[in-house]
Write a protein that binds this ligand. Structure first.
Ligand code: NAP
Length: 435
């Protein structure tokens, strides 16, 4: 029997488990460990609450979770109640699938002022992540600055712009729904340090921005390259840029009854965030592209008002004691997924925060192929029995998948009308719901 532990139960974790099941059949026993009492990581806490069709991929993960040789071990912190080295002693292979839950740092003066939030915190707040329940964004201000030109920046701008009706069918948590209902947002500046051809936004997400009830996007036509240049772009990017061209052509009459403007500010790098005790404005430097398409400052600066700033500039993986780390890239040091003998990583923990949820599938299958090469039939390790003994010795009570199903049921029962669930936000509430 091969014993595998997977740390993290988001997409990368579940695709790895699925791959191991397919490859080893009954010859594998898999424990999927999460520090939270609830599974699915990024699907629950990262994917936007109004993107339920994407969240539905959890059904596929549930099929894996319900099979006999896979077990969910929730509410167990690796590096807290048990160390990674202890896991390695118990399992033939340990796969780290913990994603990249921390914000990349902006590193400019004023970035630590109150009311400057990283996207992990802000997205975590509206998605009900227990770590970010206390985030208190000042939505009574009118001007929001969103830094970054990726899909997370689009998610944040869209969520800030939607009317309560537009959240119908979503699972946005009540505390965020109620605050957003009262929000006074009028202007959202989306700062991109490069140009329209360098965005990291995908067409579906950009298209949504053009169909909002009370908000309209604005693109300055002067920022757009000549139309002929779009021919050189790959098809997805070309489609995205076509949306930007459409936004640039929106007539003023269309904006007349819109109360929120989403302003794409290209060639704009934030250099300083200022304010008296809290954010009040962002100083921005105009940029241009060098021959390698990197942004370089022109020396010209201007100031935009800001009642709140959300940085959406990517994420990083937190370090784990005893696990080699690649600091420059914010991920575990690894060779195609191998970290050390018996220790592997997948997903964002392996390659950094890029790609879609589906990108994790080949990643999971590839790491399991490596494991098959490395561990043969297994070395007779103690596996889950050994883990249970250790946890009993330490009086650690974990959350099972059956417990999770009870939590899930309770969340569905208390959902607002039309919403699939009202998530429990506090860990204690989650645990109480299974009892
Ligand atoms: P991302 O796609 O890497 O975009 C980060 C953006 O931040 C880029 O525009 C980048 O500009 C900019 N940036 C980085 N450092 C900066 C700095 N110091 N100052 C100003 N701008 C800076 O990251 P993300 O938006 O966080 O998304 C993470 C991943 O999740 C991506 O793969 C994304 O596609 C995926 N995602 C997908 C969906 C979806 O499919 N619906 C939704 C959300 C997220 P440069 O290009 O100049 O570096």
């Amino acid at each position: 029997m091969r014993h595998i532990a997977i740390v993290g139960t988001g997409p990368a974790g579940y695709y790895s488990a699925e791959a191991a099941q397919k490859l080893f059949g009954d010859g594998v026993s898999i424990d999927m460990i999460d520090r939270l009492p609830v599974p699915y990581g990024l699907i629950r806490f990262g994917v936007a609450p109004d993107h339920q069709s994407i969240k539905n991929v959890a059904r596929r993960y549930e099929k894996v979770a319900l099979s006999d040789n896979v077990r969910f071990v929730g509410n167990l912190t690796i590096g807290g109640q048990i160390s990674i080295a202890e896991l390695q002693d118990l399992y033939d292979a340990v796969i780290i699938a913990t994603g990249a839950p921390h914000d990349r740092e902006l590193g400019i003066p004023g970035a630590d002022l109150p009311d400057v939030f990283g996207s992990a915190a802000f997205v975590g707040w509206y998605n009900g992540h227990p770590d970010h329940a206390e985030v208190d964004p000042p939505l009574d201000g009118t001007h929001v600055v969103v830094i970054g030109n990726g899909n997370v920046a689009l998610d944040v701008a869209r969520v800030l712009s939607k009317t309560p009706d537009e959240f119908a069918g979503s699972d946005i948590v009540l505390h965020a729904y109620e605050e957003l209902e009262k929000a006074k947002t009028e202007h959202i500046a989306l700062l991109g340090r490069r140009g329209p051809h360098q965005i990291a936004m995908t067409p579906k997400e950009l298209g949504e921005l053009g169909r909002l009830e009370r908000a309209a996007p604005r693109v300055d036509p002067n920022d757009l390259p000549e139309e002929g240049a779009d021919a050189l772009l790959e098809p997805g990017m070309r489609k995205s840029v076509t949306f930007l061209r459409e936004f640039a052509a929106i007539p003023e009459s269309f904006r007349a009854d819109k109360t929120v403007e989403i302003d794409f500010d290209f060639f704009a790098a934030p250099v300083r965030i200022e304010g008296d005790g809290k954010v009040e404005r962002v100083v921005v430097e105009r940029t241009e592209l060098d021959a390698d398409l990197r942004s370089v400052g022109t020396g010209e600066t201007y100031t935009i008002p800001a009642s709140m700033v959300v940085t959406c500039i990517g994420y990083q993986t937190p370090e784990m004691e005893g696990v080699p780390f690649e600091h420059g890239r914010g991920r575990f040091a690894n060779d195609e997924g191998r970290i050390l003998p018996g220790l592997y990583c997948v997903g964002w923990a392996k390659r950094g925060p890029t790609g879609t949820i589906g990108t994790n599938r080949p990643d999971g299958y590839a790491v399991v192929d490596l494991i098959a090469e490395d561990i043969g039939e297994g070395a007779g390790k103690a596996g889950r029995k050994g883990l249970d003994a250790l946890l009993a010795e330490r009086n650690v009570e974990v959350v099972t998948f059956r417990d999770w199903k009870k939590i899930e049921e309770a969340e569905a029962e208390r959902a607002r009308e039309g919403s699939p669930r009202e998530k429990f936000v506090a860990i204690e509430e989650m645990i109480a719901a299974r009892d």
